[in-house]
Design a protein around this ligand. Structure first.
Ligand code: MN
Length: 448
């Protein structure tokens, strides 16, 4: 066994020398990394930490055989990506903050493995190129013992607490668990990082705007494509084709395309039904770009024309949404907006939903934070401040009539109000009808 190992190493080393320069590979989704923006993020975390050692692991590589991967690709851990822009699996970031400033940052990268390169391609490995591409002063080859020693030395030298990520995704990381139970002063860095992530910086906002723009195009493409006889999955295909075609890295979440009876199922994503004339279809979708995701919903008639009844319900949902968007400004809370939405819907329900108000058919929350995750991190009791991004998505779901309506936009809180990032997607019944009808509608070709 020992001989075999030695032989393998011997054979492997000449190959290593022939590897191409790691310049072309890519922190940050194959895109150049704005190293100053990431340095600034680390500086702002150091400010919040004050004095402490920060240890953040990258996501682990997943196994195609064991995990039955549906999405195929590796997705970096959000906390690690937020601080580094690096997409290498199984890396670590070790930072030392002193007096609210970053004293040092070290990126530990797994050494380049020629055998793995054959299968999965080059990955950013340790070396001067990595330092230049990431802007992190020190990049060391990862070996877990030396990482442990470095953490130990740093904590002993400064007697400062060790901050690491503790959340569901990392509790299966053996090293994080070991530090958590080491008897040292170990604290969770997640609340500090979440308080940073909830207010978008320019870097995050640029990625988010791109994700929303791609999603806008995709939803409009779906409006042009929809027709009776089409399957939900075919509409889903138009949307997801457009995502990838326009540069999305992946889906932010499984696409919801629910028609007729499925329009009242909130998270329906099977998308197998054949759509019929007279159906409404709820599309709730989001492209992910640069690790940020959009989340946009539109409800459209498959024939291109709303019935009177559908239009009445739709206009109540839209009126509610517009009233809330108009009210968004710094200082308000998500709770305030929720109350406002229910009050508006209640006051404008008339007899639309019978003797009771339509609010009892508004069965989900109005809003959630949006960012690196579709339901992003952040405390919902926080008053809104400029740079926060949230969804506004009222809905009414009438199961007896197979009539569900949800309208969802992505809202950036600004100095004095709000900017609707997804403003480009038609939202009035007139604009939606016009776009659907403007498209050539060839004969439905139902298949399978
Ligand atoms: Mn949403």
């Amino acid at each position: 066994m020992r001989h075999l190992l030695a032989l393998t190493c011997l054979l492997a080393s000449p190959a290593l020398a022939q590897l191409p320069e790691p310049v072309a590979q890519l922190p940050g989704a194959g895109r150049p990394v704005d190293v100053e923006a990431y340095r600034e993020r680390r500086a702002r975390l150091s400010e919040r930490v004050g004095d402490g050692i920060v240890l953040v692991p990258a996501a682990a590589r997943r196994d195609m055989e064991a995990h039955v991967l549906q999405d195929g690709d590796f997705r970096q851990d959000d906390y690690f990506f937020y601080l580094t822009g690096v997409e290498t699996p199984e890396a670590w970031l070790l930072m030392v903050a002193v007096g609210g400033a970053t004293q040092s940052a070290t990126l530990y990268l797994p050494p380049t493995n020629p055998h793995a390169v054959r299968w999965t391609g080059l990955q950013l490995g340790p070396g001067p190129d990595a330092e230049r591409l990431t802007g992190i002063e020190r990049v060391a080859p990862l070996d877990l013992d030396s990482l442990d020693r470095a953490v130990m030395v740093a904590t002993m030298r400064s007697a400062a607490p060790l901050y690491t990520v503790m959340y569901a995704g990392t509790t299966d990381n053996e090293r994080v668990r070991r530090w958590m139970t080491s008897g040292r002063d170990v604290r969770n860095v997640v609340p500090l990082m979440d308080s940073l992530r909830v207010v978008k910086d320019a870097l995050g906002l640029t990625a988010l705007r791109t994700a929303v723009d791609i999603t806008t195009e995709a939803v409009m493409a779906a409006m042009r494509a929809v027709r009776p006889g089409m399957y939900e999955r075919q509409l889903e295909a138009v949307i997801e084709y457009t995502f990838r075609d326009r540069g999305a890295d992946r889906l932010g979440f499984p696409s919801i395309v629910g028609s007729g009876p499925n329009s009242v199922i909130l998270h329906y994503d099977v998308n197998r039904r054949q759509m019929e004339a007279g159906d409404l279809v709820v599309m709730d979708v989001g492209a992910e770009y640069g690790q940020y995701t959009a989340d946009v919903s539109r409800t459209i008639p498959v024939t291109g024309r709303f019935t009177e009844r559908q239009k009445a319900i739709y206009d109540l949902v839209l009126g509610t949404q517009q009233a809330v968007i108009k009210a968004v400004k710094p200082g308000m809370t998500v709770g305030d907006l929720e109350r406002l939405a229910r009050q508006y819907m209640s006051e404008h329900s008339g007899a639309l939903c019978g003797p009771q108000s339509c609010t009892r058919h508004f069965v989900h929350g109005l809003s959630h934070w949006l960012g690196m995750r579709v339901h992003d991190v952040g405390d919902y009791r926080m008053p809104l401040e400029p740079g926060m991004v949230l969804t506004i998505e009222p809905g009414i779901y009438l199961s007896d009539e197979n009539l569900g309506v949800r309208i969802e936009d992505d809202i950036l809180v600004t100095e004095h109000g709000a900017e609707v990032l997804s403003a480009g997607v038609p939202r009035t019944t007139e604009d939606i009808e016009r776009l659907i009808q403007s498209a050539v509608q060839p004969q439905a070709t139902g298949s399978r």
